[in-house]
Design a protein around this ligand. Structure first.
Ligand SMILES: O=C(O)CCC(=O)C(=O)O
Ligand SMILES: [Fe+2]
Length: 366
């Protein structure tokens, strides 16, 4: 029996749970990296989202792996708190970021006929009020606590019904990032079944011995660039200031992944002398620099949005320490990271298929 049903009246203690430091800072940063390199334009203006089915559809299935233990941990918490062990399925998992101007008025999360299957909500905050964004405070209409100040690692769990009417203030500055899950008692709305079926189709020909890590597919970034984006599907190189880096990226999302991985992991790489061969970085002539500027103005139609996508909160710190040696080491580390996730996915998928559920498969099974 649910506490909400037991208590019935709205004036009693609302069924909600706020947990601090539920996710580690590393978990938050890893999900931020995934969102920054894979998100797509969201369901409303100034909102970006990364759903698990979007990751599968854009050749980024291995990025599902970091979500797996977090989803499990959250589901267990929600089931324990509401006393419905083994009764719930996950209906939706997504990273959602809100930029300046985004907000949401009073609502419950099941407030549309097509959302009635949503019974419980878990919102994990992946970055922090004051440090990463301004505005964006969360309020419950009734009961305690009234206001939540989003802090990286914290999670708010509540029933999706009218016992928990809530709203979020407008974002004034920066980007506010959450991992949001909805849970349902109705197994017909189980996200896992759909994801396993999609994965089975897309990974049919992958071999665990020769994991073929495919470059991300260009789907999401298009809306931000000019209409003549065909050229951006093609291999490209990065320019920083007046320096051109020789390494070719498969497409713009592949380059974005490298840039975001550098933001996440660049400063953690062991402090050894990285080798950049002569000719790996080429100094551009004045006319080449002008050609780059003209490409920029031709392709980037929304500078504010592009800036946000390609940057992150720690960029200004990283900018000062930037060197191409570290960047080329990052590219190697990104490849290792992608391969590791890809192998884990290939190892796990047969177990997921046979159990019909996405779960952390212990390494001894592989
Ligand atoms: O991000 C939050 O704090 C809550 C967002 C919300 O209310 C929703 O997505 O329904
Ligand atoms: Fe909501």
């Amino acid at each position: 029996m649910l506490p909400s049903r037991e208590m019935g009246a709205k004036s009693l203690k609302p069924p909600r749970l706020i947990l601090h430091n539920f996710l580690t800072s590393e978990e938050c940063k890893e999900l931020e990296f995934i969102h920054k390199s894979s998100s797509t334009v969201g369901y409303r203006p100034n909102v970006f989202s990364t759903t698990l089915s979007h990751l599968i559809a854009t050749n980024s299935s291995p990025f599902l792996i970091p979500f797996v233990p977090i989803r499990e941990k959250l589901k267990e918490k929600v089931e324990n708190f509401f006393g419905c062990e083994y009764e719930l399925c996950i209906e939706f998992t997504g990273l959602i970021s809100w930029c300046r101007g985004a907000c949401i008025g009073w609502h419950s999360d099941d407030n549309r006929p097509y959302l009635k299957q949503r019974h419980f909500t878990a919102v994990c905050y992946l970055n922090s009020y004051g440090k990463d964004f301004k505005g964006g405070l969360f309020h419950f209409q009734d009961g305690e606590p009234t206001t939540l100040v989003p802090m990286a690692g914290d999670v708010a769990i509540y029933t999706a019904d009218s016992c928990n009417i809530h709203a979020v203030d407008e974002i004034i500055e920066g980007e506010r990032l959450t991992l949001t899950l909805w849970f349902s008692r109705d197994s017909g709305h189980d996200e896992d079944a759909k994801l396993i079926s999609l994965l089975s189709k897309t990974m049919l020909h992958s071999s665990i011995n020769m994991p073929e890590v495919k470059p991300p597919m260009l789907a999401s970034i298009k809306g931000l660039l000019s209409d003549s984006t065909e050229i951006l599907m093609e291999p490209l190189q990065l320019v920083r200031g007046n320096e051109l880096f020789k390494q070719e990226f498969v497409n713009i999302l592949h380059a974005l992944q490298a840039v975001q991985f550098h933001h996440w992991k660049g400063s953690d790489l062991p402090n050894v002398q990285y080798e950049v061969q002569p000719g790996d970085v080429i100094r551009l002539s004045k006319s080449q620099q002008e050609a780059v500027r003209s490409l920029e103005s031709q392709f980037l139609k929304d500078h504010q949005a592009v800036e946000m996508i390609f940057s992150c909160t720690s960029c200004s710190r990283n900018q000062q320490n930037f060197d191409w040696e570290r960047f080329s080491a990052t590219i190697v580390a990104l490849k290792d990271y992608s391969c590791k996730l890809h192998k884990e996915l290939l190892m796990s998928l047969p177990y997921w298929r046979s159990h019909g559920i996405i779960y952390s498969v212990p390494p001894e099974c592989s």
